[in-house]
Design a protein around this ligand. Structure first.
Ligand SMILES: Cc1cc2nc3c(=O)[nH]c(=O)nc-3n(C[C@H](O)[C@H](O)[C@H](O)COP(=O)(O)OP(=O)(O)OC[C@H]3O[C@@H](n4cnc5c(N)ncnc54)[C@H](O)[C@@H]3O)c2cc1C
Length: 457
């Protein structure tokens, strides 16, 4: 096996039966040697590195291509307890502990201006009762380095079955299997036209990093704080070095009102919540303000012959519940197992792909159900007044920890929660109906643009 050194600084600009657009390009491509790894992974973010590592450990020749150069800013800073076993399997848990801020609970606002704490210790069938908040530039670089140094993530090793050709600059690749983990860039999804806006959910976000924001007291200092504002919700995530990630997720029609004055818009929105205004008194912005438009999207397919989509390149709904990195890493582990089996028994590939898709969609569906309803008056009421009847609240805490894939006791109680939700909505029918109408209106509003800025700390 060759030692692994993944490519960095490579943007893949053509794939899947590429039609080379000019003569010079065609000649360069013809001259380049064709590389034939067992597995080609596009994207060195959370999903790509998590998939590459176990596949390389299993002895497959893996090439991981990342267009950016680490460290680079990325949003997605709060991990879930269910990330911890994955980090342990990757062998990086202690490294993450060293760069992370300990997170033991999630907190949500209640009706009397305070907040309720949902401790991960109370989760039903807990597999881990803690998580971390991380600066993504540090976290992703650590995973990426691990992939490079750890276990044969192979840049230039090939096996050619002729089914897929990918080009990166003047280089061509013909992998036996292609994993697209290119995040919301959605490399394959865009090329094949299989990307769709989520028909049930639309939101957009504006966010930045600040210093000297007041943290919660004592044991709650590591909490992700979630607040509701008049047009969506807001987060404060404590990071290292006295930095707080602060952002507002907004209904698209509200975000459209910002008309260029993005920083003032962010501050106005955050400070419309009295407690945030108090915590941010004297705060100093230490990073650019980022805006990201309608990001909730889905793909009509997860696989094709010898390729699959992972992480955000397959689905991203909303940062609510901080589930993105966990879902990306979980899909990557499931995907890596599937690819390992498909490479060993190629005839079983379609069946293995279907099983992977079914399993992943089941857990994703649990998050979606909560996300679609989180800004509704009914959910607001239930989160502000939690009751652990028949361990339903403990199951909701499990969902907040990411445990939504295979724990039957949790899944059964989440069904019960849905029934409680329906009854509560009936009891507050006019408000629930108004909330439903508003959500329906929002999915038709478009906010374009993903304007991530360089230079975050
Ligand atoms: C406002 C907001 C807040 C969020 N907050 C949280 C949070 O608190 N917690 C959480 O868990 N999640 C959060 N998320 C979600 C999280 O950011 C993503 O779900 C997660 O990063 C997905 O990981 P990924 O590996 O699929 O994609 P990414 O991490 O985006 O990685 C994709 C990689 O592919 C590379 N790439 C793209 N195209 C190409 C190409 N053509 N060639 C080569 N390389 C390419 C990119 O440079 C990138 O490094 C948030 C998202 C948003 C929008």
């Amino acid at each position: 096996m060759t030692n692994a050194v993944p490519d960095t600084g490579v943007a893949i600009d053509s794939a899947i039966n590429p039609a080379w657009t000019n003569r010079a390009q065609a000649q360069a491509v013809a001259r380049a040697a064709v590389e034939t790894p067992d597995v080609l992974v596009i994207g060195g973010g959370a999903a790509g590195t998590t998939a590459a590592t176990p596949l390389a450990r299993k002895g497959w020749r893996v090439t991981l291509l990342e267009k950016g150069r680490h460290p680079r800013f990325h949003i997605g800073e709060s991990l879930l307890p269910m990330n911890m076993p994955i980090l342990e399997r990757l062998g990086v848990l202690e490294q993450v502990r060293a760069i992370g801020v300990l997170k033991l609970v999630a907190d949500f606002p209640n009706d009397d201006g305070h907040y309720n704490v949902f401790s991960f210790k109370r989760a039903l069938n807990a597999k881990s009762d803690f998580a971390f908040h991380v600066k993504r530039e540090e976290f992703d670089q650590m995973l990426f380095e691990h992939a490079r140094e750890g276990v044969h993530v192979d840049q230039i090793a090939f096996a050619d079955d002729g089914a897929i050709t990918v080009q990166a600059g003047a280089q061509r690749y013909q992998p036996r299997y292609l994993l697209d983990a290119s995040g919301r860039d959605a490399f394959i999804g865009s090329k094949l036209g299989i990307k769709r806006r989520n028909a049930r959910h639309a939101s957009a976000a504006v966010f930045s990093h600040f210093r000297s924001v007041r943290r919660r007291e004592c044991a709650d200092a590591g909490n992700t704080s979630i607040y509701r504002h008049g047009h969506g919700w807001a987060w404060l995530i404590p990071l290292r070095d006295d930095v707080i990630s602060a952002g507002a997720v907004c209904f698209p029609d509200y975000l459209k009102q910002r008309k260029g004055e993005t920083e003032a818009f962010l501050l106005r929105t955050l400070e419309s919540v009295p407690e945030i205004a108090q915590r941010m008194q004297g705060a100093e912005r230490v990073a650019p303000v980022h805006v990201t438009g309608n990001y909730a999207c889905e793909y009509t397919r997860m696989h094709g012959r010898h390729w699959s989509l992972l992480g955000d390149a397959y689905a991203f709904v909303d940062p609510m519940f901080s589930s993105g990195v966990f879902l990306a890493m979980h899909s990557a582990e499931l995907g890596a197992n599937m690819v390992d089996a498909a490479l060993r028994q190629p005839a079983r590939e379609p069946r293995l792909q279907r099983a992977f898709e079914k399993c992943f969609n089941r857990g994703l569906g649990e998050f979606k159900w909560f996300i679609y309803r989180f800004t509704s008056p009914t959910m607001k009421h239930l989160f502000a007044n939690p009751k652990d009847v028949l361990q339903v609240e403990s199951a909701v805490v499990s969902m907040l920890a990411g445990n939504v894939f295979d724990s039957r006791p949790v899944l059964h109680r989440l069904r019960l929660f849905r029934a409680i939700y329906a009854l509560t909505a009936l009891g507050m029918a006019p408000a629930a109906f108004r909330g439903w109408l508003r959500r329906r209106r929002q999915v038709r509003v478009q906010v374009q643009g993903d304007t991530l800025q360089p230079g975050n700390p």
